[in-house]
Design a protein around this ligand. Structure first.
Ligand code: PAN
Ligand code: ZN
Length: 192
């Protein structure tokens, strides 16, 4: 018998319902409203106005039951609503993995992008259904919905990776993603 650090998870067949942004069997579901994105949008006045008006849901993260522990490979589906705050498209908080590990995203619905920042270089990967975005270890990552319908993607990452959100608050993401006549544009992080 192989040795497991904890109780092993059984093999799973997991289905995703885009209409409800849910997975079955379900694990933890996280709902991020505007109020939980403090300090992330450039236009803090618009952010505060949105929080006070109706504090909209910006994104949800529906995880499978696979736990975030060593040797396991958790998955989650993030669904970002369409919208913008002060012209900046709705986005995830963004984080770095303190135990540096690679991660893959697979686009499921809508159109979005994967913004990556290693502290010096900024990269952008256009995402749509069927596209795999690869996040190398050490790269902070944030997802952005640049369309007018929900953008959802599957994330798969090693359970030992951890999530550091303070890094993005301290270092930014290299670029911001704004509405533009052509759809969207990337501008330097501190330009507005
Ligand atoms: C994703 C993200 C998810 C939400 O599952 O955690 O898209 O983004 P934030 O965690 O930045 O709020 C992932 O990259 N996991 O490692
Ligand atoms: Zn990640």
């Amino acid at each position: 018998m192989p040795e497991f650090a904890t109780v092993p998870v059984s093999p799973l067949r997991i289905s995703f319902d885009p209409a409800t942004a849910s997975v079955e069997p379900a694990g933890p579901v996280l709902t991020r409203r505007m109020s939980s994105l403090e300090g992330l949008f450039a236009d803090q006045g618009e952010w505060k106005r949105a929080v006070e008006e109706d504090d909209p849901v910006v994104y949800t993260v529906s995880s499978s039951p696979v736990p975030e522990i060593d040797r396991e490979l958790p998955q989650s589906i993030t669904t970002i609503r369409p919208g913008a705050c002060g012209g900046e498209f709705y986005m995830t908080k963004g984080h770095q993995h303190p135990n540096p590990q690679g991660e893959i995203y697979l686009g499921l619905t809508g159109v979005g992008g994967l913004l990556l920042f290693d502290g010096q270089r900024t990269e952008w990967i256009d995402m749509e259904p069927g596209v795999i975005g690869y996040i190398p270890p050490h790269w902070a990552h944030r997802s952005v919905n640049v369309g007018d319908e929900p953008y959802s993607f599957l994330a798969v990452y090693p359970g030992c990776a951890g999530h550091d959100y303070q890094w993005v608050l301290d270092h930014g993401m290299g670029a911001r993603v704004l509405r533009a006549p052509s759809g969207y544009e990337l501008v330097p992080y501190n330009s507005r």
